[in-house]
Each structure stands twice: as C-alpha cells, then as structure tokens.
Write a protein of this length. Sequence first.
Length: 150
Amino acid sequence: MSAATAPRAATAPRTAVAPLTTADAEALVAAATAAAEAAGVATSVTVLDAGGHPLAFRRDDRAVLISGETSTRKAFTALQLDAPTADLVDAVQPGGPFHTLPTALDRPLLFIAGGLPVHRDGRLVGAIGVGGGAPAQDHGFAEAALAVLA
C-alpha cells in the first residue's frame, strides 16, 4: 500500500494558538501586583509558559522571602494539573486522590490557593502563581491578573 492510498486517521484540524508572550507575562505580573498593592499586601508573582519555563517574576521588596518560591510552585502546580491550586487543596489530604503526589515528583508541587492556569482559545498556554498574602488573597490577585488577558 502506497502512502497515497493508505487510510488516513480522522483528525480534526488544529488551529494554532498564540503562546503566552513576555508582554502577556509582564501584564499579568503588573495586574496581580497592582491588585495586591491596592489591598496592602506585599507579594511575589511568577508567570510560566506552557513548558513550565519562567516568563516573568517579581517579588515586592517587603514580601516574605519564601513568597518567591511559593509563587513559582503554585504556578507550576496549576500548569501541571491544569487547575487552580485552590481547587486542589482537598485532593492532597489523607485519603484524597493526590495524597502522595506532592512528594512523588522531583519538582515540588504546592497545593495552596494562588496558582491559576492560563488558557487562550481553550488551550493551556501557561500559569500564574501569587504568594505572600493569605491563600484566598493570592487567589484573588491571580484572578485579577487573568482579567487583563480576557
């Protein structure tokens, strides 16, 4: 059977989705930082591309040092599981489906609210993580940031 006569698998055409750009990432960081500053909270913000590579990072001078690490881990967790970290908190509790996941990987995940996946045209293109405030605050700052890409 030649290549010309071989049956083809039925596939839906895939349209290209623009990747998350550095400009997008900087806009996300600026929006999350502005929301945090308006609330009087010092934060760190991390934006990752779809491959988990950092596109932008900012830590407020007044933010606790660990917030840089937590913002990055929250973004990585949201990216890898394509879900808000706030929605995953119960999943890592004893008896939950991801109970052992935080210790099963080389790169640590963090199941605390503040990480959100970033989608464009229904496709995952990156993630944002915010650390430094209370978990609900960090989640809100990340949501405020996503609004700039809408």
